[in-house]
Design a protein around this ligand. Structure first.
Ligand code: HAM
Length: 472
């Protein structure tokens, strides 16, 4: 007789007894508190008014200057950015979030808008539309750089591009649009600009620049020694103290521009003079992407600020060091569309960094009386009792298309607490709905300034409110 094997059901099997310590550790694990990834940040309700200020003004100016909104995906083929932004740039060499997706495709989270917009212009044959094509975008970008004051791994930009035309007036219009956005939110800024010429002019200049820097190699920081081989133009952009004296003596690109480029530059400046936009000529301004040609510019805060050292509070939009951090930047990129496979299409654009702009605005606001408006409510809806609450929710919903901004809080039940809330929100009118009003199908409208109350039928509520608020 074969020996009988005794099978146990899983539950019968003796499970190893867990030590109490192991159980506690497991429970602790279940309670793990997750933190933000380095360089990421939450946008909190307390900052909403700043975000709204920039978004609303950027959007309104986009409409005024006839830029149409375009949204492109967060994820693109990695090579799109490698080819357009260029190898040897910090973005491509060090900062792109690049990975293989599940199909093995090499993709990247967009580090900037311009390349995606050029791709979209080509994808959709936008050269068939009337030129120039003017596009506005708003959204998050990703760069895996070393987090420090004013530098995040996810950040937002307002981005403007004009494709299909080249004229000093367009460059000036772009700078004007950027300038206007800051003027509208109340932040003084200045524009620093340069002209980095055509590819041929730059090639001659870069040869001269490289010779000059080679002779000074021993005075340079490590990054500049690498730049000397990889991307010599970026030598001019170095922020290290030790490299400054070398840069100050370096040859300047304007001396390598031909007559046409110089004339173009002069005309651009004439437009800026006419528009009374404050600008500074900055012969070392070269920008961080390879695609630029001709006009390049950056926007800086134009007020005294307290420098914040690297490693500033990483959870807050950090204060920024005025001299070091551009709020925005852009320029012409006249050959990029063609290089990316499109027809020859001159183009230009700029992007504003929203976190940095908000940080600068907050800094400026500390010492200067400017008012960044909190979205204002027209009416506070106060309710009393269960019936009042139920009916109030229905009436609030009925008002959703009225254009009125209604505040309410169903966790505050006493009238006193609700009136206090309305008062602190500076709401001009309060609606009060209690048991009696529910039965009578009425509502009380209280004028917060005079304290006068009147009862109106619920059906008339919307029109009476609008009349009182002058929002007919
Ligand atoms: P960009 O200079 O790389 O230009 O970025 C524009 C702005 O985005 C910067 O001035 C800065 O305010 C913000 N920014 C950049 N990196 C970060 C970061 N890591 N954290 C926070 N803010 C940041 C461009 O992106 C070009 N595509 C602009 C352009 C449009 N050129 C032509 N058209």
């Amino acid at each position: 007789m074969p020996k009988k094997t005794k099978y146990h059901s899983v539950s019968e099997k003796k499970k190893p007894k867990k030590e109490p310590v192991a159980i506690a550790a497991e429970k602790d694990k279940a309670k793990k508190i997750y933190h933000l990834l380095r360089g990421m940040h939450d946008i909190l309700p307390k900052d909403e008014k700043y975000w709204q200020a920039f978004y609303n003004n950027a959007q309104q100016l986009a409409i005024y200057f006839q830029f149409n909104k375009i949204e492109t995906p967060l994820l693109e083929e990695a090579n799109l950015f490698i080819r357009s932004v260029g190898r040897g740039t910090d973005i491509v060499d060090k900062e792109m979030y690049i990975f293989e997706d599940r199909d093995g495709a090499k993709v990247a989270l967009r580090p900037e808008f311009t390349a995606s917009i050029v791709r979209s212009y080509i994808t959709h044959g936008m050269w068939n539309s009337p030129q120039p094509v003017k596009l506005f975008s708003w959204g998050p970008l990703f760069r895996h750089n070393r987090p420090q004051a004013g530098r995040y791994r996810e950040f937002f930009q307002a981005n403007f591009e004009v494709l299909g035309a080249k004229d000093p007036a367009i460059d000036a219009e772009l700078m004007l649009t950027a300038y206007n956005i800051y003027a509208a939110v109340g932040l003084p800024v200045e524009i620093r600009l340069n002209n980095i010429g055509s590819a041929a002019e730059r090639e001659r200049y870069v040869a001269e620049l490289t010779n000059y820097y080679r002779a000074k190699r021993s005075y340079l920081c490590d990054d500049c020694r690498t730049r000397l081989n990889k991307n010599p133009l970026r030598l001019l952009d170095c922020k290290e103290e030790q490299c400054r004296p070398v840069r100050d003596e370096a040859p300047q690109i304007v001396d390598w521009l031909d007559e046409a480029s110089r004339n173009y530059f002069m005309k651009t400046l004439e437009f800026l003079d006419e528009l009374e936009i404050p600008y500074i000529l900055s012969s070392y301004l070269v920008r961080g992407m390879d695609y630029y040609t001709g006009t390049v510019f950056e926007i800086y805060p134009a007020f005294e600020s307290t420098p914040v050292k690297e490693g500033g509070n990483k959870d807050e939009p950090a204060a920024i060091e005025t001299a070091q951090s551009a709020l925005g930047g852009g320029g012409r990129y006249d050959v990029l569309v063609e290089e990316m496979g499109g027809r020859p299409t001159p183009a230009a654009g700029f992007a504003l960094g929203i976190e940095r702009s908000i940080a600068a605005l907050k800094q400026y606001k500390e010492k200067n009386p400017i008012n960044v408006a909190t979205p204002a409510y027209d009416v506070y809806f106060a309710q009393l009792g269960e019936d009042g609450k139920r009916r109030a929710l229905k009436l609030i919903n009925d008002l959703k298309n009225s254009g009125l901004k209604i505040a309410f809080n169903f966790f505050k039940n006493s009238l006193k607490a609700q009136l206090e809330a309305a008062n602190s929100m500076k709401v001009p009118l309060v609606l009060i709905l209690g048991q009696k009003e529910v039965q009578d199908q009425t509502v009380i409208i209280r004028d917060m300034e005079s304290g006068v109350q009147e009862t109106v039928g619920q059906k008339k509520m919307e029109s009476v409110l609008k009349k009182k608020l002058n929002k007919q």
